[in-house]
Design a binder for this molecule. Sequence first.
Ligand code: AMP
Length: 211
Amino acid sequence: MKIVLLGAPGAGKGTQARLLSESAGIPQVSTGDIFRAAIKNGTPVGLEAKAYLDRGALVPNEVVVKIVAERLKEEDCAGGFILDGFPRTVAQAEALEGICPVDLAIDIAVGEEDLIRRLTGRLVCKNCGASFHRDTTPSVKACEHCGGELVQRPDDNLETVRNRLKVYNEQTAPLIDYYRQKGKLEVVNGERKVEDIQGEILKILQSGSRK
Ligand code: AMP
């Protein structure tokens, strides 16, 4: 199954993609993670992407599309994949159709106020990328999954968060209609417990109409 997870920054795409990857045995392909790793390793892509990530702007389409095209060619993607954070523009979605058309897009819907609260209070594991929130896990000092150090992402400050949400509304939200018109869209309410959202996603995948 080739799946796109849609949703604003902070909607829980990364968390749901990780769980789904574990249960379905197909890889999570997160463009944000790819850029953060490239920045950390000081690669040419990382050097180019850093300024965009720092201000919450989108990395140019041609850079992202090339990276995704190469990643999807890898052997582990042959049996399907979960795209998390890509596509983010209609142009990227059209490019993806040319690379490898997806079966399904799942939009995780969360209201803006909740998104701001989640993002500005988010802590991520430096090692495995798992997300936590200061309010719900105040006593957690290290990652529950791997023991890694928890840090705030540099782009999770209020000013950058506002810009990321603006960019989402202007450039990424139109993808909801894009996939709806293709008959490939499912929407799940993302303002619930992680397990409940995951349960609904699994039900969608198991239903006869989505094979
Ligand atoms: P994320 O981890 O998905 O929130 O992505 C973090 C940042 O990486 C975004 O704010 C963008 O700067 C960049 N990025 C990730 N995916 C894309 C994409 N598909 N197109 C352009 N920029 C992206």
